[in-house]
Each structure stands twice: as structure tokens, then as C-alpha cells.
Design a protein around this ligand. Sequence first.
Ligand code: GFB
Length: 320
Amino acid sequence: MPTASHLFSSAAKIYIAGHRGLVGSAICRALAQAGCVNLLTRTHAELDLTDQAAVRRFFAEEKPEYVFLAAAKVGGIHANNSSPADFIRDNLLIQTNIIDAAWRSGVKKLLFLGSSCIYPKFAPQPMREEHLLTGSLEPTNEWYAIAKIAGIKMCQAYRKQYGFDAISLMPTNLYGPGDNFDLHSSHVLPALIRKFHEAKNNKLPEVEIWGTGAPKREFLHVDDLAAACLFLMEHYSDAEIVNVGSGQEVTIAELAALIKDVVGFTGRIRYNTAMPDGTPRKLLDVSKLSALGWQSKISLAEGVASTYAWFLQHGQNSRL
Ligand code: GFB
């Protein structure tokens, strides 16, 4: 296991795959705050992570010591449901190339990020780590989920056969600065921030919410996730996956009411039930992580308010 003095030092060479995304950018901020200055990043134009030869070359030349694998093709319910081939292909390629090249080049430790959608659609709630592969997946995101499950299994296989120190975290639904606010491909929280904001500015009478409003989701601010990533990179080395959540569960209707209030929209909400609800409930059991000594800090109300402030400052098209 890396010691704090080495991992969080100016000497450690740390590669953050996906550093421009919601998660990767939060991990970069957290590492910088922890005093790490030797951060290695590549934009998509500089390194295509689906290109195996290019990824192998990059690792062989740069020889990073630690890897945070936060690069992935991600999206909300509609994007997952309408581009299944892109989600399964891109994620399998990116994670397979990185995990394998990291092991080949002698990386000391790698952290892989999965998702709470790896658990069965009707898993008992809250969902525990051992519920993985105990039932059928939610159809709107099974392609993404299968890719993420393959990533978990690859980390476990490389640990078992080669002794490679690869760990896997399963974050719940994330949000925060640098999120995707595109209404077709985003997750619900940034989508609702944008919808209520635009409706308020354009004095529209109502905002459309997809589905029935009844599904329950747990949300975690991405800065909390980044803190958990650093904590586990330092303190955890095992094959078993670890859930990372907030324990705060709300219905989509409750989330909409909160965002409506934060934004200050005074019109109506209309539910479009032609759009899918997805999985009915998705709450992670975080007792394993709590027992290891970590818990989230940012409440949903606080996080929505700061994310709306970020949106007001940066607009819907700017990514970090
Ligand atoms: O966040 P979301 O797209 O992803 O949707 P999932 C959550 C819930 O919000 C669903 C509803 O019930 C949506 O129907 N919803 C209401 C909306 N209005 C909107 C809207 O304007 N936009 C969006 N996007 N949703 C994803 C998975 O599932 O979660 C991924 O597809 C991944 O694989 C991710 O696991 C974390 O929570 O349903």
C-alpha cells in the first residue's frame, strides 16, 4: 500500500485519465490540494485512449507510478439507452487499454471507477458490494454496466494472477462543477438546473421532467467522491469493490422541487411519462467505506446551490 508520504508528495508521478471530465477534474483539484505537483494528463487530442498501441506507448514512455482511471464514456438515461454500442465499446476499450498498459509498465497502484448501475435492477436496498452479479441489470444502462463489471473483474483478475494493486470504487450518481449540461446526454441533476434556469429566464409557464418523478436516486458531490478516491488510494488495497455514496436518497420529484427552489422558478412541473424512469431505486450501502473511516461531507442542498452558482458563472457549454 502506498504511504501518505509518498503518494501525496511532489515526487509521486500520478496519471489522471479523464482529467477534463467531472470526476477527473475533481481528482486533479484534490491531488493539487494534497500537495501533488507531478500530475500527468493528456487531452483526447493528445492521446486516444481507445487506441491500444498509443496507450501502451504512453505508459512505456511516461511510466506513471499511480493511476486514477476516471476516463469513460458516460451519460444520462437517454444517452445510455440510445447509444448502447458506443457505451459498451468505448468503455471496454478505454479501461482494458489502461489497466493492461498500467500493469505492463510497472504502475504501483491503479484506482478504477465503476458505477452504482452495476447492481441488479431489483437488488435489495441499500445495495451492498456482495449484490454484484446476483440478478438482471436495468435495461436502459446494461451496456454501460456490463463494461464497468468487466473493468471490476479485470482489476480482480490482474490482482489474482499478477499481484497488480488495482482497486475498484462504485460511486453513486455524481454531480458538481464541470458537469455536462446538455439536455440530451446529461444526467438528471444538471439537466434540471439548466431546464429551470432557462424556464425562469424565458418566463415559461412549466418545466418538463422525464418519467413519473417517483424513482429514487442518491446523489454525491464530485468533490466528496474525489476525497474518497484519495482516501482509498492511500488506505485500501483489496480485490473487493467499495461503494461510495452519501446515504442521501430523494425522489426525482423531490430533487426537482429542490432545484426549482434554488433556481427560483415559480411555474409548474409537468411529467413526461413517455420517457423512461429507469431503475426504481438506487441507494448504496456505504457501511464498508464508513468502517474504513470515510464519509461524505457535502449535503445535497449545499451541493445543488454551489453547482448552480458554478453554472451561472460558467454557462452550460463550458467544461473544466
Ligand atoms: O440521471 P439519469 O439520467 O440517470 O436519470 P439514471 C435519473 C432519473 O431522472 C430517471 C429522470 O428516472 C429520469 O427519467 N429525469 C427526469 C431526467 N428529468 C430528466 C432529465 O431532464 N434528464 C435526465 N437525464 N433524467 C444513469 C445511467 O441512470 O445513471 C448510467 O444511465 C449511470 O449508466 C448514471 O449509472 C449514474 O440514474 O437513471
